[in-house]
Design a protein around this ligand. Sequence first.
Ligand code: TMP
Length: 228
Amino acid sequence: MGLFVTFEGPEGSGKTTQVRLLYASLVKEGLSVVRSREPGGTCIGEQVRAVLHDLGNQGMLPITEALLYSAARAQHVSEVIGPALERDAIVLCDRFAESTFAYQGYGHGLDLEALERITRFATGGLRPDLVVYLDLDVDIGLQRKLQDRREGKGEWNRMDQQSVSFHRRVREGYLTMARQEVDRWLIVDASRSVEEMHESVRARVLSLHALRVRRPHVTCSGGRPEPQ
Ligand code: TMP
């Protein structure tokens, strides 16, 4: 089985740049790599993304958000991520289920256990082998996003408009999850330079990949093999 690496972080943390750089460097190593994003990554998922992020949809309930992000995820896992992992590819995904826990769970206050059940239903239990979390002060991240908006760069979506306290809860949520599963999370200080961050992410992903190649998975009954 391949390697599933997701990138998480608050607004303006530079995830997308890191996904792009890592993708290019792994391809250069001759590895089979797939790059994708959430919400989106499939034709149906991109349509769901448009609904979720439409600035006109101000009345959308948190539970509707959670279900729509999960619906897009179900399509994504079945159409893109699952088949790529079956082909032994490295999958790099810009956001995944941890975004739902952080934003809809910690941010909006939806019940985390309910979100876990919905997520398991949507993903069939697939979880990232590694979550790369780009940690950044919320005010700095939002400033970066506002600056991009003024320069006509990047996307300014409905979620960006949430209050600063919402974004602080999201960050705290990420840090709580990272502390609960230290081996599965790599926390990267996103105030460092793009190159420094890239080097630490690249080193961790390559060493995880080398371990996988040396020690193939033992298949467990019924699901995706457990990481060794
Ligand atoms: P981004 O692609 O620019 O990071 O924007 C995605 C936005 O969607 C971001 O504000 C986080 C939000 N989001 C959720 O709230 N829940 C989710 O499950 C996912 C995947 C994203």
